[in-house]
Design a binder for this molecule. Structure first.
Ligand code: ADP
Ligand code: MG
Length: 396
């Protein structure tokens, strides 16, 4: 387990305190504004329960959707508050504002209720990280807790600005994310196998670079691997490629050889005659992707080979689907690899919004040891970059 340099809620006395908690309740709502997927709300429950069990009064705040600094009726937090109340089995008071005298009054008058502030992004000061908005948020409480790992790569009023005014510690979800993802870069049990897919190689270069320092094998798939294959001088038909990244990839491959890290590309693909759900498709070896066809999934031989490598791993990190898993004809690769990761006798960690969606589609979410709640934030952390909202917390 790695040592985190920042304080957590367990390091301070919260009893009798008003605690302002930044959570990530940016959940999908349906047209009737019911919460469609409450994973993120559940993710914050350990911290909220810890606070309640230790005599603190939680005041929760989050953003929801993209209201661009103004009130959007369909993006009010109330439906989220209702779902939270069900999950907590206690009353939650959803307010229609985030700051000001009415909010202060509601906090004072409802000491027994969990308070949920309105959508932070109704206020332009949130994204602009305005000191005045942050100060008014801070005035509501005695302590600040950040449990919103998913927004920790953004310096907003509720993630960074507020820390100037209050003792600031991380919540239990944030702690788990930082320990698990940070642990991958520090002391993974070997062999450490990384599976990388997704659509753009440019999004992944930073993490590839990090993993070249610590992984044993990187298995590639998805759209991003065609830039790798193209850099090897092989034809890729009409598959997605980022021409401007080919040079970069060549130097990554050179570095991999120097470091003794195996970077593996698929040996076969499911290719389609157009980018369409109902396209005609067939399986071909990697060397013979026909002109005019495009690779939309890894093939069966690749699944088998990757699964053999995964079965020997002791640590696995996976980011990025192996194919266009949203379309049934091209989901087999992602499903096959997810199955093998689920079965592996290894510590398994998954990051990335679409990878998470794929796991849910296959019902494999609970078969992983850890699924990160932060897409962009997880990638930033794994690139070895600092997360502004974490940096801003009080040192241990
Ligand atoms: P994550 O969100 O898990 O980090 P990405 O956003 O990098 O993953 O990539 C996910 C997207 O990549 C999916 O929408 C998927 O359809 C797409 N994708 C996967 N394989 C291919 C491919 N061969 N060609 C085009 N797009 C692909
Ligand atoms: Mg994505």
């Amino acid at each position: 387990m790695i040592e985190l340099p920042k304080k957590t809620i367990r390091d301070i006395d919260v009893s009798g305190k008003k605690v302002l908690v930044r959570v990530d309740f940016n959940v999908p709502l349906d047209i009737e504004r019911n919460v469609v997927d409450d994973t993120r709300i559940r993710g914050a429950l350990p911290t909220i329960r810890y606070l309640l069990d230790n005599g603190a009064r939680p005041i929760l705040m989050s953003h929801l959707g993209r209201p661009k600094g103004q009130v959007v009726e369909s993006l009010r937090m109330a439906p989220v508050g209702r779902r939270l109340a069900e999950l907590l089995d206690r009353p939650v008071l959803s307010l229609k504002e985030c700051i000001g005298p009415r909010v202060k009054e509601a906090v004072e008058e409802n000491p027994d209720k969990v308070i949920l502030l309105e959508n932070l992004r109704f206020y332009p000061g949130e994204r602009e990280n305005l000191a005045d908005f942050a100060k008014q948020l801070a005035e509501l409480a005695d302590i600040y807790v950040n449990d919103a790992f998913g927004t920790s790569h953004r310096a907003h009023a509720s993630t960074v600005g507020v820390t100037v005014f209050l003792p600031s510690v991380m919540g239990l979800l944030m702690e788990k994310e930082l320990e698990t993802l940070g642990g991958l870069l520090e002391s993974p049990e070997r062999p450490f196998v990384v599976v990388l897919g997704g659509n753009k190689v440019s999004d992944k270069l930073g993490v590839i670079d990090s993993f070249l320092e610590i992984a044993d094998t990187i298995l590639t798939g998805g759209g991003m691997c065609f830039t790798v294959i193209s850099s090897m001088g092989l034809p890729i038909g009409d598959s997605v490629v980022e021409e401007d990244q080919i040079k970069q990839i060549s130097s990554v491959m050179k570095k991999a050889r120097r470091k003794g890290v195996k970077v593996v590309v698929p040996m076969d693909f499911v290719v389609a005659d157009r980018f369409d759900k109902d396209a005609n498709f067939r399986t071909v070896p990697t060397e013979s992707i026909p002109d005019g066809w495009l690779g939309l999934d890894i093939g069966p031989a690749t699944i088998q080979k990757y699964c053999e490598i995964l079965s020997e791993a002791k640590t696995i990190f996976w980011n990025g689907p192996m194919g266009v898993f949203e379309w049934p004809s091209f989901e087999n690769g992602t499903r096959g690899i997810a199955d093998c990761i689920a079965l592996a006798d290894a510590t398994t960690v998954v990051g990335g919004g679409d990878s998470d969606a794929a796991l849910r589609q296959f019902g494999l979410e609970d078969d992983m040891d850890f699924v990160s709640t932060g897409g962009g934030a997880a990638m930033r952390l794994l690139e070895g970059k600092k997360l502004p909202a974490v940096e801003a917390l009080t040192d241990r």
